[in-house]
Design a binder for this molecule. Structure first.
Ligand code: SAH
Ligand code: SF4
Length: 343
């Protein structure tokens, strides 16, 4: 059995404890923390401020990394890069790097697969294998940073998995992302997207996290949502909205509602009007996502329908943005991450 300690994902406190328990001064914990996360986890030999003895100890005691890059696909259309990573237990996850002028957004995974089972999502069709560890979440960012050389400005938990079903590890990784000695990203630069796991939405509000919240609504009523998102049978739109009201009252923060447009299912003008009535009292933005084709029954809405849907929302004073897909030629768009190479 591998008794090695894994450094990736450890907090500064944990690293300080590691130093103390091995008779090294506590402040080396701070140096290891910076080396791991801020300095791109470069070769330990090249780190000048960590004493040689401690470096040797680390080499003997610890595993540093948790992921291996298995494949890097670069889109010919828009330079989006999809990374396929292999975990220590030979599982696969994906992350996507998207560059839009001065914005470099990395879409990361929180689980291997997902069991929320939304009918239109390729990840959902995989089922769940396991939650990702803090280190596996954080290392996705480190690898993308090392391999793109472009500063990362935003993180979205919109890759594989339901982040609120791996709540603690996601929040712990966000603490590392925002730590000044690590990635030093502002809390508003991180968006956590959930299909609507109510107990964790409530907890997120109670714990007063400042990360941006995105909720995948995808339907204006229960009839449609029940059909495409089984989670709605457990926590329906009414319950969801009641919880989200607390978020709104609490600190006038904008909630992002995501809405995948499925041809003939949820994309009519009536659906848009119903949606705007549902959201009229919310401080929110709607992100319309044209459906990205996966195997199954759904089709992408026509561009004219998508634009009409957006116009209708605007007419009813709902802020809206159409998120045209990136990296379509490499299957890197929303809902397409499913580590296809396995089959
Ligand atoms: N599990 C979380 C985050 C990952 S999914 C969630 O559901 O919010 C990220 C986004 O991709 C969600 O808004 C989801 O509705 C959307 N999505 C899933 N499959 C899609 C597809 N095939 N085309 C377009 N968007 C999709
Ligand atoms: Fe899971 Fe999100 Fe896909 Fe639904 S849309 S199956 S919650 S990853």
């Amino acid at each position: 059995m591998n008794k090695k300690i894994t450094l990736m994902g450890m907090s500064q406190n944990e690293l300080e404890d590691y130093c103390l328990s091995n008779d090294f001064p506590k402040f080396h914990g701070d140096q290891i923390f910076r080396w791991l996360y801020k300095n791109n986890n470069q070769e330990l030999e090249n780190v000048s401020n960590i004493p040689k003895k401690l470096k040797e100890k680390i080499k003997n005691d610890c595993d540093i990394n948790l992921l291996k890059i298995k494949k890097k696909s670069i889109s010919k259309i828009d330079k989006t890069i999809k990374f396929l990573f292999e975990t220590k237990d030979y599982k696969f996850i994906e992350s996507v790097s998207m560059i839009d002028s001065d914005r470099h957004t990395v879409c990361i995974s929180s689980q291997i697969g997902c069991n929320v089972d939304c009918d239109f999502c390729a990840t959902g069709k995989m089922g769940i294998d396991r939650n990702l560890k803090v280190g596996e979440i954080v290392e996705q960012l480190i690898e993308v940073k090392k391999n793109t050389n472009i500063p990362i400005t935003n993180i979205v938990f919109m890759g594989m998995g339901e982040p609120f079903l791996n709540y603690r590890n996601v929040i712990e990784s966000c603490k590392i992302f925002t730590n000044q000695k690590a990635f030093n990203l502002g809390t508003k630069r991180i968006t956590i997207s959930t299909a609507g796991v109510l107990p964790q939405i409530d907890l997120f509000i109670k714990e007063k996290h400042k990360y941006k919240l995105a909720v995948s609504l995808n339907a204006p009523n229960d009839l449609i949502r029940d059909k495409i998102m089984p989670i709605n049978k457990k926590w329906n739109i009414n319950k969801l909205m009641l919880s989200l009201k607390n978020y709104n009252f609490f600190r006038s923060r904008v909630i992002m509602f995501e809405y995948v447009l499925l041809n003939g299912i949820n994309d009519s003008v009536e659906n848009a009007i119903e949606l705007s009535k549902l959201l009229k009292n919310f401080n929110c933005k709607v992100n319309l996502i044209p459906f990205n084709q996966i195997l199954g029954n759904y089709k992408r809405s026509e561009d004219t329908t998508i634009n009409k849907f957006a116009e209708t929302l605007k007419k009813y004073n709902i802020r809206v943005l159409i998120r045209w897909s990136k990296g379509e030629d490499i299957d890197a768009a929303c809902g397409q991450l499913a580590t296809k190479h396995e089959s």
